[in-house]
Design a protein around this ligand. Structure first.
Ligand code: GDP
Ligand code: CA
Length: 315
């Protein structure tokens, strides 16, 4: 599967349960690393960590990000020094993760190797791969040509500065992380999580080699709409979609991804019951439309969505 952070982690929990029930092998999750950043000397990988924490049962499900039961003592000290970003809270336990990761990176491990090592602490029940080992942090370019890191735009400005476009400097010369192309080629099915199409799935598809691998695989590629009833369920993905000229609708996102038959991404697309009326528009794109409940209220609900996606792949 291809995944971002919050939507990606809720969906990954469903994938893990659905596959375990079927006695199927663990999934490989190719995770967006466009959200990554350097802050106060440490490397953050927000989407990777969201998925690791969720699979480990260690995430703060009430707040929606970070570790359960975290404290902010180090963060207060960083603020007292005037270090880091005052509007970007780093929890103490979370900082432990970032310190461990940064230490391993400094010792020469690749991001892929760091994630492999991090995956050994808890039985995650899935194999996580970064989309690339290269640093291709997402920048938001504004109308006046100035640019800022995606995290600053998202967290500090709450996506309120009108974006002209999103860029991942260096991505055109980045390579897929080891194992990514092989996982896609060997897959029984490729699932596209209901993640932000622009800044979570977009960067994954922009890594040279991943698009062609998705075109070439004999597996069916099945996506799940992150838009329900014309609205983003959570977050500000609508602002990202508007910036690239895509309407906030399940059918418009399907059209943006395109059908695999016409050099796009999807063989099938799950739309929410609320969007059943859009199914013919999706079918007209050459993409199989499947109507299902798409609220990921808990792991069981997510597993039912995964069952519907696997069904769309004939599995
Ligand atoms: P981020 O990296 O934390 O922004 O998370 P993702 O990119 O993985 O996912 C964010 C997207 O998940 C949001 O834009 C929502 O549209 C979508 N999302 C969140 N909860 C649900 C849900 O319960 N059902 C569906 N279908 N989509 C959801
Ligand atoms: Ca993210």
């Amino acid at each position: 599967m291809l995944a971002g952070g919050v939507g990606g982690s809720k969906f990954t929990l469903g994938v893990r349960s659905a596959l375990a029930r079927r006695g199927a092998p663990e999934a490989t999750v190719v995770v967006n690393t466009g959200d990554d950043l350097w802050l106060s000397g440490v490397r953050l990988q927000p989407d990777v960590d969201s998925i690791v924490y969720a699979l480990a049962g260690a995430s703060d499900t009430v707040r929606g990000w970070g570790r359960a039961g975290d404290t902010e003592r180090v963060n207060q000290e960083l603020q007292a020094w005037g270090a880091g970003w005052p509007w970007f809270t780093l929890g103490d336990l979370d900082l432990g993760t970032h310190l461990a990761r940064t230490g391993w990176l400094r010792e020469g491990l690749t991001p892929t190797q760091v994630i492999e090592r991090m995956s050994q602490r808890w039985p995650l029940g899935a194999r996580l791969l970064p989309m690339t080992d290269a640093e291709v942090d997402t920048r938001v370019v504004l109308e006046d040509g100035s640019d800022l890191h995606f995290q600053e735009w998202w967290t500090r400005h709450r996506a309120a500065l009108a974006p002209a476009r999103f860029e991942n400097p260096g991505i055109s010369s980045a390579a897929p992380a080891p194992g990514v192309v092989e996982a896609i080629a060997d897959a029984d099915v490729v699932l596209v999580a209901p993640s932000n199409p622009v800044v979570s799935i977009g960067p994954i598809l922009a890594v040279p080699g991943i698009g062609p691998a998705l075109q070439a695989t004999s597996a069916r590629v099945v996506g799940v709409s992150p838009i329900i009833g014309g609205r983003v369920v959570r977050g500000m993905a609508d602002v990202c979609l508007a910036a690239i000229g895509v309407e906030t609708s399940a059918a418009a996102v399907a059209a943006h991804y395109g059908s695999r038959g016409s050099r796009g991404l999807l063989d099938a697309w799950l739309v929410a019951e609320e969007d059943a009326a859009l199914a013919p528009a999706v079918s007209a794109l050459g993409i199989d439309a499947v109507v299902a409940p798409l609220w990921m209220t808990d792991a069981e609900a997510s597993a039912s969505i995964v069952d519907a996606a696997l069904g769309a792949a004939g599995l």
